[in-house]
Design a protein around this ligand. Structure first.
Ligand code: ADP
Ligand code: MG
Ligand code: ZN
Length: 491
């Protein structure tokens, strides 16, 4: 991925500088400080209690699972887990925040200093992670003018107290496509480790994008704008593209970018001012007096570390090393748990990793594309495909006929062995039968036979092709080759 060059007047070139703040809902049954369920889609305010409504006197009690998942995310992102982290009150007034403050972490976050690489071998980029901290989500406001015809603002507190991690990156990204690719990579990891469900439409994963421009080569950062709450890769990319255009126009005109928070307006395809720096919040953070510091022991960290599944990058490396896959095949097969599992099971039955990889990236991929589905809806089991590969390797069916067998197996639940028998697709390895077939072909092609005997080697290939055609690709190619030569030599 190339950095975007933004030409500006007066002979200077500018570049975009982007940092993301990502909010990910943790996969827990219950909220962060109370026992209310976190299930999505319930009737408004059906999942609330005095704690998550912020009623006076109600005391928060930390959900241990939230810490587990936070540590898990921190480790997967290469962070240092802090032995002691502290909740703080972030004070601000908003109708969907009845306590008047959000419980978050500020000076002492759970995890710090990680990094995440993305992109491919040729263009690998690393984004540094500043911090991963725990916090509670706020409620949701449904405003008048949202199409409901209501003159009021409605408040739904089901989300209030839902556990989140916030992941903050250094401003290491340089273009909108890079930012989208990074966000996608991050989503892949958070879902692979079962920390987040990846459901961006339901708001389980969303991001705030910070973007500024600076003269290429400058070390200092330009004035940034933050675009809030982007819940799709496309919105992220388009909002950044718009914002970069807007800012470069301002600089072109010799004016300044104003530091502010903006919102992405999808229907208008533009960002709009939400609040400017003059109204910037002073959150008056202070340590949360109702919650003790979180202490995470070395033991606890070690336990979470051993429970982590293999991450996509490590898996790709292993597939290359253990199974001899090409980088390109490993990129496709190692990307998701489903593909990797399907491959490893196929390879185990087939006892042939290379063939298993070829079938997956070839015929299986072709069928999935044709059907417009993914590997989770594949029409053949890894065992059945593995057996088909073994039959090819054992010479029971030719490589060409195997594709036909595969097509008949696919979606039918039939096994390779049975299809070969029933459809007569087995390889012809019987010597006297092949001899007969070849004999009649030599008779029909006497001119090619003559040319061969005069020393034209090419005629052999032609005759072999005729044998394959006559048998619909089922003749055992090695045996047929030997027999043709013998018969031509007059044996
Ligand atoms: P704030 O105090 O406004 O929240 P932070 O310094 O905490 O700002 O950074 C928040 C996010 O903004 C981080 O992801 C960071 O990488 C990014 N960021 C900070 N400064 C800039 C800048 N000048 N241009 C682009 N991104 C920036
Ligand atoms: Mg911020
Ligand atoms: Zn509650």
């Amino acid at each position: 991925m190339k950095t975007t060059e933004i030409p500006v007047l007066h002979g200077s070139t500018f570049e975009a500088v982007i940092g993301l703040e990502i909010h990910a809902q943790l996969r827990t049954e219950t909220k962060i400080f109370c026992g209310c369920t976190t299930r999505f889609g319930a009737h408004p305010n059906a999942q609330v209690c005095p704690v998550c409504l912020g009623l006076p006197g109600a005391l928060p009690v930390l959900n241990r699972r939230v810490v587990d998942l936070g540590v898990r995310a921190g480790l997967a992102l290469g962070c240092t887990i802090q032995p002691r982290s502290i909740f703080a009150r972030k004070n601000y007034f908003y109708p969907d925040l009845p306590k008047g403050y959000q419980i978050s972490q500020y000076e002492h976050p759970l995890a710090t200093d990680g990094e995440l690489a993305y992109g491919d071998d040729g263009d690998r980029r690393v984004v540094r992670i500043i911090r991963v901290h725990l916090e509670e989500d706020a409620g949701k406001s449904l405003h008048a003018g949202d199409g409901s015809g209501s003159r009021y603002t409605h408040l739904d507190f089901n989300r209030s107290g839902v556990p989140l991690i916030e992941i903050v990156t250094h401003p290491d990204l340089r273009s909108p496509p890079e930012a989208a690719a990074f966000f996608a990579k991050l989503r892949g990891i958070l879902t692979a480790i079962a920390v987040n469900d990846g459901n961006m439409e339901e708001g389980s994963l969303r991001c705030d994008a910070n973007v500024s421009l600076r003269r290429r080569g400058d070390a200092a950062l330009g004035v940034k704008v933050e675009v809030k709450n982007l819940n799709s890769f496309r919105f992220l990319q388009r909002a950044l593209e718009f914002e970069i255009q807007r800012q470069s126009k301002l600089l072109d005109d010799g004016s300044q970018v104003v530091q502010e928070t903006r919102l992405w307006d999808e229907t208008g395809s533009r960002t709009m001012t939400m609040r400017s720096k003059e109204e910037a919040h002073d959150y008056r953070y202070f340590p949360e007096p109702d919650l003790p510091p979180i202490e995470v022991s070395e033991d606890w960290i070690a336990r979470v570390r051993t429970s982590l599944p293999e991450l996509p990058d490590a898996r790709k490396q292993r597939l290359i090393k253990e199974h001899g896959l090409s980088r390109k095949d490993a990129d496709q097969i190692g990307l998701t748990n489903e593909w990797a599992r399907f491959f490893e099971e196929t390879a185990a039955t087939a006892r042939n990793s290379k063939a298993a990889a070829n079938w997956l990236t070839g015929e299986v991929t072709r069928r999935l594309k044709a059907d417009g589905t993914g590997i989770d809806r594949v029409g053949v089991t890894p065992e059945a495909l593995g057996q088909l590969i073994r039959l090819v390797d054992d010479g029971r069916v030719s490589g060409t006929a195997a594709k036909d067998v595969f097509d008949r197996m696919y979606g039918s639940g039939r096994e390779a062995e049975e299809v070969i028998e029933a459809e007569g697709l087995g390889q012809i390895g019987d010597e006297s039968r092949l001899r007969d077939i070849i004999g009649s072909i030599l008779l029909k092609n006497d001119s090619a036979v003559k040319r061969y005997r005069e020393g034209n080697e090419k005629s052999l290939g032609f005759l072999m092709g005729q044998v394959m055609r006559a048998t619909q690709g089922r003749a055992d190619p090695k045996l047929a080759n030997v027999l043709i030569k013998r018969l031509l030599a007059g044996e």
